[in-house]
Design a protein around this ligand. Structure first.
Ligand code: ASP
Ligand code: MG
Length: 424
């Protein structure tokens, strides 16, 4: 049994859906479960809709119409004359949003967000399942909310693994013998039967949950890149595909901000020793990247860039040393304000961290630190992390940069830097 995961980019239009069906047709093995995200950039649009509804904007219905038309268009392109049944099915799903936005928004905004945004995955899977059936695959649409059980932390549902595992083994496994299963990424269900989401880009994680609970042979994530690259092509012209990665390296890369797979994906797979393949839906014949336990790859240097970084230096006002007590106080405040530290360094009397620059959060943090510490604050910086670095790779990324902070461990180097001022 295999698990496939297709993200929004793979099903952004009718051709994408057809291409997905070709990949499924060429999968000649036994049981298959397919996890799919919302189509194209629909999750962003649904977020926009939620925001418009919550803040009583006039264009709420306009945004909603745009979302509906986007899907109806794809249905039309796929099914032509025969579109009535799937059209009705999708239209009925959208009615859930109609009902919701008729009311005054007086419930928990995160709850409302999940009820609206989850619809993107529900409709994308309905369309894909209908298309797979249309082209001759016996396919069953399954509601992920019947399987993935979470607590009621809306927008960040925490999975109840025990319950989820039980239900999947009991209810989903038998269905897989007869059908290809199509289900949603990103969404789950509370014990009171309300929809939750698992955090943006969470569909990879959903796929890993299904893979783990079904003891799948492998999970394949189909992307618009040939595999895991050693840098984001957005930043580098010459990227290299990594043929094999260990779970360990994959976790490190995603932790430092590589966006190719969601950071929570690896652990459930690693726990059950299920291989993860990252392959291209544009070139399905390519070998992609294999992420496994004991691959012993030649370390290729990988580069991860983060922009919009702030470097905060924290210095005790009385010039006392930075000791454990101060550090635990400081860490507690970062935790309280939900600010993730991207890199850090301490000296005798100062502690420096680089974080994503979120001015609202940082202002509150600094207000809390203000009594006991002097704070220095530098903005508009870049953070580059190099895994398996050497001097050549460091030189490559620091051309025309001023380095503000450099932290090295055996395999990883992190540099906080900014552009050198232009010579005048
Ligand atoms: N559709 C959701 C998002 O865009 C989940 C996912 O794509 O993984 O965040
Ligand atoms: Mg997406």
């Amino acid at each position: 049994m295999d698990i496939f995961k297709f993200g929004g980019a793979s099903v952004k239009d009718a051709d994408g859906v057809k291409n997905l069906a070709n990949i499924v047709r060429d999968y000649k093995k036994d049981e298959l479960l397919i996890v799919i995200s919302a189509m194209g950039k629909i999750t962003n649009k649904l977020e926009e809709l939620t925001e418009a509804y919550l803040s009583h904007k006039e264009n709420t219905h306009e945004i909603f119409d745009e979302i509906k038309n986007f899907h109806f268009n794809i249905i039309e392109n796929l099914f032509g004359e025969k579109s009535q049944k799937i059209y009705d099915d999708v239209a009925n799903t959208f009615v859930e949003i109609d009902w919701l936005i008729e009311e005054v928004p007086d419930q928990n905004p995160d709850y409302i967000y999940d009820q609206i945004v989850s619809i993107g995955e529900v409709v994308s899977t309905k369309i894909v399942a209908a298309w797979l059936n249309e082209v001759g695959n016996k396919t069953l649409w399954a509601d992920a909310r019947n399987y993935i059980q979470t607590d009621n932390t809306y927008r960040e549902g925490k999975v109840d693994w025990e319950k989820t595992q039980q239900i999947i083994a009991r209810d989903l496994l038998p269905l897989m013998r007869e059908n290809i299963i199509v289900t949603q990424g990103f969404i789950g269900n509370t014990s009171e039967n309300y929809t939750t989401t698992l955090g943006r880009e969470g569909s990879d994680y959903s796929a890993a949950i299904f893979a783990s609970c079904l003891n799948a042979n492998a999970l394949t994530i189909w992307k618009d890149v040939p595999g895991v690259l050693n840098a984001d092509p957005k930043w580098f012209d010459e990227t290299e595909k990594i043929e094999q990665l260990s779970y360990h390296d994959a976790i490190e890369l995603t932790y430092y901000g590589a966006t190719v797979i969601h950071p929570k994906t690896i652990k459930p797979l690693q726990n059950k020793n299920i291989p993860l393949y990252v392959r291209s839906f544009l070139q399905p014949e390519g070998s992609g990247t294999a992420i496994t336990k004991d691959s012993n790859p030649i370390p290729i240097p990988s580069f991860i860039f983060k922009v919009n970084q702030a470097l905060i230096s924290i210095l005790p006002k009385d010039y006392s040393f930075i000791i454990e007590e101060n550090l635990s106080f400081i860490f507690e405040l970062f935790h309280k304000h939900k600010i993730k530290i991207n890199t850090m360094l301490n000296s005798a009397i100062s502690f420096s961290v680089s974080v994503d620059d979120d001015p609202i959060k940082l202002e509150k943090l600094i207000a809390d630190l203000d009594d006991e510490f002097n704070i220095k604050y530098n903005k508009n910086l870049e953070l580059v992390t190099i895994r398996y670095y050497n001097q050549k790779t460091i030189d490559r990324v620091t051309v025309n940069k001023d380095i503000l902070l450099e932290v090295k461990s055996r395999h990883t180097c992190q540099i906080v830097m900014k552009n050198k001022p232009l010579n005048t």
